[in-house]
Design a protein around this ligand. Structure first.
Ligand SMILES: NC(=O)c1ccc[n+]([C@@H]2O[C@H](COP(=O)([O-])OP(=O)(O)OC[C@H]3O[C@@H](n4cnc5c(N)ncnc54)[C@H](OP(=O)(O)O)[C@@H]3O)[C@@H](O)[C@H]2O)c1
Length: 326
């Protein structure tokens, strides 16, 4: 598996990282045994970067990752986790929410302590603020608290995950030097990061973690208009109403574009996300060993041609406020 440099932290991370949301919650039934096997398979194949969060099952994803890591020599596997906002509350946050309400210092500290406990470590590799409001850019107290935690030796890197409806909200934080990494959505449909986030991240040597490269599984090419999702699977909301049919039609068009050049849409989706030089790693969502194999394999295959990337850029789809479902 090829590796890339993780921004100013200088880590060598695998091109394909492990996205572990489904291991914790929100993706329908998930068996912990399958999760542990998936983590082992990915790490066996050279993946050395895992993304998780407190919010993924109130630490369940963190705990299952810990279980797998304890079954093998640790080596240099980087685990990134996230501090949720105070809940209940809007996600992404309302513009009227204050940082004192959603990310008070005491909450940031308490959540970091919970991650240290569930990841069974004295120091987190990377802690990310899970969502954000641009209203807080002038008073980013949560990052001051994370810096204190870094001075205390409890975290190494500090990052953020973009709010899905307003990804450029984190631009000021990059410019003002608060971030070692930014986690953002970039895929064949959602290409907003090309507007400036990639450029700014590179300029400030901030690592870029790409999430949702498959557009919540649509860009694996396996969904049909008849696909149904189990109860508790976020895709029931994400593809609510006519969204599934509209998405499937667009994926069918993409299949025609990649045919003959890439083996399938899933491979093309990961390679497309890996094209921008600013990207450090693409955290593919993985929930079983088979997906670990298929996704990790892409990290040692030939990159996508510039020509195919240019064709796929025309499939940019501006969906505005889509993420919370209808
Ligand atoms: N706000 C945030 O910070 C935020 C938000 C979203 C995601 N994330 C992070 O980013 C990661 C990736 O995003 P995501 O998991 O939401 O979505 P994704 O990567 O776009 O899609 C992942 C899903 O696609 C299916 N899949 C994966 N590989 C496949 C393959 N080779 N063939 C067929 N199906 C495959 C799996 O679901 P099925 O097998 O059930 O179909 C899997 O759960 C997350 O796991 C999480 O770590 C962060």
């Amino acid at each position: 598996m090829r590796q890339r440099t993780f921004g100013r932290l200088g880590w060598n991370v695998s091109e394909i990282g492990f996205g572990s949301w489904a291991l914790g919650s929100n993706w329908g039934p998930q068996n912990d045994e399958d999760s542990v096997k998936a983590v082992h398979r990915a790490l066996d194949l050279g993946c050395n970067f895992i993304d998780t969060a407190r919010a993924y099952g109130d630490g369940r994803s963190e705990r299952v990752i810990t279980r797998a890591l304890k079954e093998r020599p640790r080596g240099s596997v980087y685990v990134a986790t996230k501090v949720p906002p105070v809940l209940p509350g809007d996600w992404p946050p309302s513009p009227y929410d204050t940082i004192e309400q959603r990310y008070p210092n005491s909450h940031v500290r308490a959540e970091v302590e919970k991650s240290l406990r569930d990841l069974q470590t004295d120091c987190l590799d990377l802690i990310q603020i899970h969502t954000w409001s641009r209203a807080w850019n002038r008073n980013p107290t949560a990052f001051e608290e994370l810096r204190k935690l870094r001075q205390e030796g409890k975290v190494k890197g500090i990052g953020i995950s973009t709010p899905e409806h307003d990804q450029n909200a984190v631009m000021d934080l990059i410019r003002e030097g608060w971030l070692d990494s930014v986690q953002l959505i970039y895929n064949i449909f959602s290409q907003e990061a090309q507007e400036g986030l990639f450029v700014e991240a590179q300029k400030h040597n901030v690592a870029v973690i790409v999430r949702v490269a498959f557009d919540e599984s649509a860009l694996t090419g396996k969904l049909t208009e008849a696909t149904t999702f189990p109860e508790g699977d976020i895709r029931g909301n994400y593809f609510a109403g006519d969204r599934l049919a509209r998405t499937v039609r667009r994926v069918e068009a993409i299949k025609q574009v990649v045919a003959g050049t890439e083996p399938n849409v899933a491979t093309a989706a990961l390679k497309f996300a890996l094209k921008p030089p600013a990207v450090s790693t693409v955290i593919a969502g993985i929930r079983n060993a088979g997906q670990a194999e298929r996704n990790c394999a892409v990290g040692s295959q030939a990159p996508m041609s510039d020509e195919l990337e240019a064709k796929l850029r025309t499939h940019y789809w501006r969906r505005a406020f889509w993420h919370q479902g209808k």
